[in-house]
Ligand binder design. Structure first.
Ligand SMILES: [Zn+2]
Length: 277
């Protein structure tokens, strides 16, 4: 089982490896800069080279870049759109400097201009970034579908993939798909969901899983993560999920809270304890 968590790069980007090892993980995810500001400090060249050197050994692999929370490629607001595209360019440059293959993005929120227009704008944006994108693969994350967020159905994600020229994959977030109304908590429900995945985006295009329990119930369209087994998906739900043949070999990356109840290590151990063979 390849499992890890979203970790901090405070103190330098290679710190990510230390934290992943500390929690007993073998894969992970980072922000390249503070995700709640537009400020994007340059990566230290030496530190980036050191990261690349360690990363290419693949002892810890993959590490995803999680795009900034502020980026919205589907926004009708011109200033935000411009900043979003600039940020994406910087994310791509950072991925190349670090030797990271995957940049994971939430597709975007159309903010009232309509789903079709929003989806087309996202695809056009990524197509405009494509010339810089060699060696970098965009992972489209499944969303919970709150507000005007796009990417909450697999059909929608495949529609995007059809419009995008560069290589894309899918990152399945357990909290989000559950909140978006896909059953993943029973073997029957999960089989049905995986059939829907296969007939749209294709199982082979699932590249990573974001492993989070959900604070809110099934089909609530709300996005708040809970500790593994302590939310609405529950321990039995995760036992079914992580043992499914379409899932068990994928990188599983926790984005669960770090608080007085548990940190990443405890959630990671919980997941390991649910694996049946
Ligand atoms: Zn989420």
């Amino acid at each position: 089982m390849n499992i890890g968590a979203h970790v901090s790069i405070q103190g330098g980007v290679t710190h990510a490896f230390d934290e992943i090892r500390e929690i007993g993980g073998t894969c992970g995810q980072i922000f390249t800069h503070s995700p709640r500001t537009w400020r994007f400090p340059e990566l230290d060249d030496e530190e980036a080279a050191r990261f690349k050197e360690i990363y290419r050994k693949k002892e810890i692999w993959p590490i995803l870049i999680h795009e900034s929370y502020l980026t919205n490629l589907a926004t009708p607001k011109e200033d935000i759109y411009k900043k979003s595209m600039e940020t994406m360019e910087k994310e791509i440059a950072a991925a190349k400097a670090l030797g990271i293959e995957y940049i994971k993005i939430h597709p975007g929120s159309h903010l009232g201009q309509g789903e079709d227009k929003g989806l087309l704008q996202i695809a056009t944006s990524l197509n405009n970034l494509e010339p810089d994108m060699e060696e970098v693969i965009i992972l489209l994350e499944t969303t919970a579908g709150k507000g005007t967020d796009l990417g909450y159905t697999f059909q929608q994600l495949q529609h995007l993939r059809d419009l995008i020229n560069c290589e894309t994959g899918i990152c399945l977030d357990t909290c989000h798909v559950f909140a978006a109304g896909y059953d993943i908590t029973t073997r029957e429900g999960l089989d049905r969901t995986m059939n829907q995945v296969d007939s749209t985006v294709g199982i082979s295009n699932l590249r990573a899983v974001q492993l989070n329990d959900s604070k809110y119930p099934f089909n609530s369209r709300k996005d708040e993560h809970a500790h593994i087994g302590l939310g609405e998906i529950g321990e039995e739900g995760f036992r079914v999920f992580v043992n499914h043949p379409a899932i068990r070999d994928l990188p599983l990356i926790l984005e669960t809270p770090v608080d007085a109840t548990r940190g990443h290590r405890q959630n990671l151990e919980t997941v390991r304890s649910l694996v049946t063979s």
